[in-house]
Write a protein that binds this ligand. Structure first.
Ligand code: MTE
Ligand code: MO
Length: 200
C-alpha cells in the first residue's frame, strides 16, 4: 500500500509549508485537557449517529477491519509548534460517512471522546483528503497519550480539531461547538489564516 502525501495542503491556502507564527519541532508534545483515559478492547465502541440514514456501531474488531489508508501529514498545534511528516494510518472520514449514508440536510459534524472532549467541523471540511480516524503513527499502534486507540487528524486545521480517543461522531443539521470552540478558540482554525482565537 502506498503512502499518500498530504503535506502540500498549504499550497491550497497560498501559504508556506510552515504556517505563520509556527515553529517546527522534531518532538511530539502531548496536549490533553485532563490526562489519558483508560479503554478496554472488549468494551470499546464507536458510534455514528444523527443525520444519517444508517446509524452505526462498531466494535474494536469491526472498526479495525475497515479499509485503511496511510498518509504523510503535517501537524500544527495552536500553541505554536508544528511537526512535519507524520505517517498516519487509519480509516478515512469519507468511508464512515459513506457507510452511514449521511442525510441530505447534514451540514456539520461533532466528534466526541472518552475524556469528555469534543470538537466540531463543517461536513465539507471533514470530507476532504487528510481527515482520518488514525490507528497507527509511523507504523506502530498510536500511542495512548496521542489519542490511541483511535484519534482524528485534520491537517488543514489546528490540531485541536482532531479529537483524541474519539468514540462518537454525530452528524448535525445545524452547527454546534465543541470543548475549545466554546472556550474561545477559533471555530474555523485555519493555520494559514492564523485563526487561533475567537472573540465572538
Ligand atoms: N480527546 C481529546 N482530544 C484532543 C485534546 C484533548 O484534550 N482531548 N486536545 C486537543 C489539542 S488542544 C491538541 S493541540 C491536540 C494535541 O494532540 P497531541 O497530544 O497528540 O499532540 O489534540 C487535540 N485533541
Ligand atoms: Mo491545542
Amino acid at each position: 500500500m502506498g503512502v499518500e502525501d498530504v503535506t502540500t495542503i498549504h499550497e491550497e491556502y497560498g501559504g508556506e509549508r510552515l504556517p505563520p507564527g509556527q515553529r517546527r519541532t522534531e518532538r511530539f508534545p502531548v496536549l490533553s485537557k485532563s490526562g489519558t483515559p483508560r479503554w478496554e478492547m472488549d468494551s470499546w465502541e464507536f458510534t455514528v449517529t444523527g443525520a444519517v440514514e444508517n446509524e452505526l456501531t462498531f466494535s474494536w474488531r469491526e472498526f479495525t477491519d475497515l479499509p485503511q489508508a496511510t498518509q504523510r501529514q503535517d501537524f500544527h498545534c495552536v500553541t505554536g509548534w508544528s511537526r512535519f511528516d507524520n505517517e498516519f494510518t487509519g480509516v478515512p472520514f469519507r468511508t464512515i460517512a459513506e457507510r452511514a449514508d449521511v442525510a441530505d440536510d447534514a451540514v456539520h459534524v461533532l466528534f466526541e471522546s472518552l475524556d469528555g472532549y469534543s470538537t466540531n467541523l463543517p461536513l465539507d471540511e471533514c470530507m476532504r483528503d487528510g481527515v482520518l480516524f488514525v490507528l497507527e503513527l509511523d507504523g506502530q499502534p498510536l500511542p495512548s497519550e496521542h489519542g490511541g486507540p483511535l484519534r482524528v487528524v485534520t491537517p488543514h486545521k489546528y490540531a485541536y480539531k482532531g479529537a483524541k480517543w474519539v468514540n462518537s461522531v454525530e452528524f448535525l443539521t445545524e452547527p454546534r461547538r465543541g470543548y475549545w470552540e466554546k472556550r474561545g478558540y477559533s471555530n474555523t482554525a485555519n493555520p494559514w489564516g492564523e485563526e487561533r482565537y475567537s472573540f465572538l
